[in-house]
Design a protein around this ligand. Structure first.
Ligand SMILES: *Cc1c(COP(=O)(O)O)cnc(C)c1O
Length: 397
């Protein structure tokens, strides 16, 4: 049977693999050889499960959104990752990777961050575990995401501003990889999404798979069946989507809809719709679709949501799109913002702008009245309040 999970060599169809500098070969090989053994061990599982429950607040609720359902003529359940500690799904991954790092006897944690959400989640877990943490962040992002920088510092992390290139996420990533090359034996690099060299995409997908594990029993409890007709999630690098679909990925009766950030429109030059606009390349150690020019240089992505403007896409999702296992929709800034205001007024939930892209997809799918839809709200909107207010002012709402 065809599977959409990773193969023996770290590939999803033609996407994935581990394209890394020789100096990291042994480190990545060690991780590849050990991650499954450790993650599946009782020691890891006991600590991970306990912290997911008592620290992060899992299980996150699966909430039947009645008024939203009425509006779209089907039954819509929201998977509430916004209710987690630190406000998004990223804590699942950060907890998992830092516990793994500890069990592999690493002494130091590094991470890259764009909007700062992954940096905050990693800094949080490092405070909890008493591990030194350095977060690489583009200098432009340090300015734009000031409050997240302060949160990371308050948590005890060192925020390292990167001044090369455009001073954004790609440059922060390059700098984190450089650090990793200098300290391969004692440092664990916590990657924030289903990107990077194998085994990271598979590892992150497994750590986030608790989302679909819970959807299965929660839907069974409320609907009498494990399988929804649709799963909908937004994609930046792809981790909340990977977690949402993980236990359904090989069951083609469950339709998958992925929402990427269209920005000002896929043809406008201001977009982060990597699956629609990207071409095959290598980014961050992985062969995948990349927003690049003819010389293979990264084209800076744009989206109103800071968490979705990644110039690549997880190899899992590139393959799902290529094989038509998933429908990929580009949701523009305006559509996402409208959807965010709609959810707020219909259900009293202010979503992260990233999550609002998943909500924006609802208008573009033709549902049957009997359809059961599970849509993941990846995070809460507190961090986006200024953007929401500015948008409202400009559109005179
Ligand atoms: C980081 C982030 C995303 C995008 O990352 P994925 O790896 O694609 O999930 C989406 N939503 C929120 C709230 C985020 O913080």
């Amino acid at each position: 049977m065809k599977s959409f999970h990773v193969d023996q060599n770290g590939f999803y169809g033609e996407f994935g693999g581990a394209y890394i500098p020789e100096i990291l070969y042994k480190t990545v090989e060690d991780l590849k050889r050990n991650y499954l053994r450790v993650i599946e061990s009782d020691t890891f599982q006991q600590e991970f499960r306990k912290l997911l429950r008592d620290y992060a607040g899992r299980p996150s609720s699966l909430y039947l959104a009645k008024r939203l359902s009425e509006k779209y003529g089907c039954k819509i359940y929201l998977k509430r990752e916004d209710l987690n500690h630190t406000g998004a799904h990223k804590i699942n991954n950060a907890l998992g990777q830092v516990i793994l790092a500890k069990l592999l006897e690493k002494k130091r944690i590094i991470a890259e961050t764009g909007a700062g959400q992954h940096g905050v989640a990693t800094a949080t877990v490092c405070a909890l575990m008493n591990l030194p943490c350095r977060v690489y962040m583009g200098a432009t992002d340090v300015k734009r995401q000031h409050s997240n920088v302060e949160r990371m510092k308050m948590l005890g992390a060192e925020v390292f501003p990167v001044t090369s290139g455009n001073m954004t996420l790609k440059d922060a990533t390059n700098e984190a990889i450089r650090d990793w090359c200098c300290h391969p034996s004692d440092t664990f690099y916590v990657i924030g999404s289903t990107v990077g060299p194998h085994p990271y995409p598979d590892m992150v997908a497994r750590l986030q798979s608790v989302i679909s594990e819970e959807i299965k029993w929660q839907l069974k409890e409320q609907e009498g069946r494990e399988n929804p007709d649709y799963l909908i999630a937004c994609v930046g690098g792809g981790s909340n989507a990977a977690g949402t679909i993980y236990h359904y990925i090989d069951n083609e009766n469950v339709k998958i809809v992925l929402a990427e950030a269209g920005g000002k429109g896929v043809d406008s030059g201001y977009t982060a719709a990597t699956i629609q606009c990207g071409t095959l390349g290598i980014l961050h150690g992985s062969k995948t679709l990349v927003m690049q020019n003819e010389d293979g240089q990264i084209v800076e992505p744009y989206s109103i949501s800071a968490g979705l403007d990644y110039p690549g896409i997880g190899p899992i999702h590139a393959n799902l799109a290529k094989e038509h296992r998933a429908t990929v929709l580009a949701i523009n800034d305006d559509e996402a913002m409208e959807a965010a205001f709609e959810l707020t007024r219909l259900e009293g939930i202010i979503p992260a702008i990233e999550s609002a892209h998943a909500l924006g997809a609802l208008k573009k799918v033709k549902f049957e009245p009997t359809d059961v839809v599970v849509l993941t709200v990846s995070g809460r909107g507190d961090k986006d309040l200024e953007t929401y207010l500015a948008y409202n002012k400009n559109t005179n709402k």
